[in-house]
Design a protein around this ligand. Structure first.
Ligand code: PEP
Ligand code: MN
Length: 262
């Protein structure tokens, strides 16, 4: 039997780590995959929180749209096994309720949700009274007002700990990046909100493994507080975002190769 960790997670302490490293699969797929990923990430000693998509906003129907609520106990189990706090994307009020019910430690609002004030408001209403940190990804289009509006809606719901995730902006056609970083927009958002945690998600910017490290390095050079990077035990077989995920061990290597500022 592997040892289980029973001490409650001090999420404020976790979020104040620098650099803050959040990693895990694009999607939770099976219990074994979640537990194996969490165990291997924890073994690197370089990861502060475990991310996993439970409900996936896929561009086209027919793709894997997430395992749904039944995956939340797997995350609870992963936390018990490793002590890693968990992070999940929420896009509806029901998803917020379910994530909180299963004690997810960090919620994030995805780029396809930040873009829609009705959806953000629904999430914010469901968050009212909850004591949970919420990270807000930039909207898919380069509009800082929408990003700001999402921050304001969540803040008005009484959420005290809010962070930003810069994941880049979508455009038409084949481009070098899956989502253009437009670094100046991240920098400007940070200038406007110096008190907010600012994390970069180079996985969704790059969309591919070969430029992932350089993209992460750029964010570090710009002084971002942390990175959210997708990892998978068998990246090529991932049920979503297969091209951009790396194994936990590859992630550790990458983090070792990055030149940190401090
Ligand atoms: C994700 O984090 O897997 C995701 C769906 O990201 P985004 O909202 O940045 O597209
Ligand atoms: Mn993804």
């Amino acid at each position: 039997m592997e040892a289980t960790v029973t001490t409650p997670v001090d999420i404020t302490a976790v979020l104040s780590k620098r650099p803050l490293i959040i990693s895990g699969p694009c999607s939770a797929e099976t219990e074994e995959q979640v537990l194996a990923t969490a165990t291997r990430l924890a073994a690197t000693g370089k990861v502060d929180a475990l991310r996993a998509g439970i409900w996936k906003p896929r561009t086209r129907p027919g793709s894997f749209e997430g395992i749904g609520t039944k995956g939340l106990p797997w995350l609870q189990q992963a936390k018990k096994l490793t002590g890693l706090p968990t992070a999940v994307e929420v896009a509806t009020g029901k998803q917020v309720e379910d994530a909180l019910h299963f004690e997810v430690d960090i919620l994030w609002i995805g780029a396809r949700t930040t873009v829609n004030p009705f959806s953000v408001q629904e999430v914010a209403d469901a968050l009212r009274g909850a004591n949970v940190p919420v990270l807000i990804k930039n909207p898919i289009n380069p509009d800082l007002e929408l990003w700001t509006g999402a921050v304001e809606r969540v803040a008005k719901a009484g959420i005290k700990t809010i962070g930003l995730i810069h994941r880049g902006f979508s455009s038409y056609g084949n481009t070098e990046y899956r989502n253009a970083p437009m670094w100046h927009l991240g920098i400007e958002m940070r200038r406007r909100n110096p008190e907010l945690l600012m994390v970069c998600d180079p996985s969704h910017m790059a969309g591919r493994r070969d430029i992932l490290q350089d993209t992460a390095q750029r964010a570090v050079d710009l002084g971002y507080d942390g990175l959210m990077i997708e990892s998978h035990i068998d990246p090529d077989k991932a049920w979503s975002d297969a091209k951009q995920q790396v194994t936990p061990e590859k992630l550790a290597e990458m983090l070792d190769s990055i030149k940190w500022r401090h």
